[in-house]
Design a protein around this ligand. Structure first.
Ligand SMILES: C[C@@](CO)(OP(=O)(O)O)[C@H](O)COP(=O)(O)OP(=O)(O)OC[C@H]1O[C@@H](n2ccc(N)nc2=O)[C@H](O)[C@@H]1O
Ligand SMILES: Nc1ncnc2c1ncn2[C@@H]1O[C@H](COP(=O)(O)OP(=O)(O)O)[C@@H](O)[C@H]1O
Length: 282
């Protein structure tokens, strides 16, 4: 029997680079919230222990798929003898700073932990998830959060659930190229940030954005086009850029003004991960 689990995208409402660790990874302060752009992860438990996909993603061999890596990690860690068929219906563009791959990995960890009865607690799953990527823990944490470290130290926050016009420039921004750019600002002063609503406009910036705009003209164009509606902020290391709206209609009207070559979508922010909301209502 197939089980279907939601796997939402995230946006970084701001992203500050505050330093660098000894291993070269950058220290960040960021705020994550979820949006209703959602992949569907379909899972079927296998008794024979194999991990397979009936529907590999375009250009990604299953061994490199974060879903497979998450399943293998959980299987190795717990010693479960069970396996799974895993397939994803993709709606989240890849490599856009929306965390789709990380979200898929988190959903697989949560879902298989239930289906295989391996009973790991949420914190252990977050720790395992971090081995797959810095963005995985937030999706297991399951609530809007202020994040520090490389994104793994999470504090719950309530963010006003706004609408966003999300522009998706058709370019793949390699995260590593942005972080290694000599012009990157790496010394944004740290902030204390428990209440998102008190965040000043000045804090609402992404330090990776000027670098992505410099390296990719498509990102710079998206920022310029969205800036006519408000403060345009890039998510993660790009390429997607968003601007906030209080209501859906105004966001839809703004979308109509954008040129056809820039794909865009009106989305809504959510504090709660849809898997957690499902668990509460079940
Ligand atoms: C920038 C963020 C913000 O949410 O999001 P995305 O753009 O991926 O969605 C994340 O921190 C992305 O973390 P993660 O997904 O682990 O990045 P990876 O692709 O593994 O990182 C590629 C490379 O970027 C550099 N890197 C990444 C994260 C970080 N905090 N410092 C770094 O210096 C490292 O050189 C790393 O090897
Ligand atoms: N299940 C998956 N979904 C999306 N991307 C995946 C997946 N498995 C591996 N990847 C790889 O991870 C990269 C980063 O994906 P993703 O998390 O969607 O974007 P980003 O890190 O920009 O937010 C993709 O470019 C892709 O090569």
């Amino acid at each position: 029997m197939h089980h279907i689990f939601p796997s939402p995208a995230k946006i970084n409402l701001f992203l500050h680079v505050t330093g660098r660790r000894d291993d070269g990874y950058h220290l960040l302060q960021t705020a994550f919230t979820f949006i209703d752009l959602i992949d569907e992860v379909k899972i079927n438990v296998r008794e024979d222990g194999q991990l397979l996909s009936s529907q590999p993603l375009d250009g990604i061999p299953f061994e490199n798929d974060l879903c497979y890596k998450a399943a293998l990690l959980l299987k190795t860690y717990t010693g479960s003898t069970l396996g799974a068929d895993i397939a994803v219906n993709k709606n989240i563009p890849m490599g856009g700073g929306l965390g789709g791959g990380s979200s898929n990995a988190a959903t697989v960890l949560i879902a298989l932990n239930l289906l295989w009865n391996t009973n790991l607690d949420n914190e252990t799953l977050q720790r395992l998830g971090l081995q797959l990527g810095a963005d995985v823990p937030i999706f297991i944490f399951g609530h809007s959060a202020f994040a520090e470290g490389i994104g793994e130290k999470l504090q719950k926050i309530e963010v006003p659930e706004k609408y966003y016009l999300l522009a998706m420039p058709q370019v793949n921004v390699p995260t590593v190229e942005i972080f290694k750019d000599p012009l990157l600002t790496r010394d944004t002063p740290t902030i204390i940030m428990p209440d998102f609503r008190e965040c000043t406009q000045q804090s609402l910036k992404n330090d990776l954005q000027p670098i992505a705009c410099k390296q990719f003209k498509e990102v710079a164009e998206a920022v310029e086009l969205l800036s006519q509606f408000g403060k345009a902020i890039m998510t993660g290391s790009g390429a997607c850029v968003f601007v906030e709206f209080d209501d859906q209609q105004t966001a839809e009207s703004a979308k109509k003004i954008l040129p056809k070559h820039l794909p865009s979508k009106v989305v809504r922010g959510y504090n709660s991960h849809p898997l957690h909301s499902m668990a509460k209502t079940a």
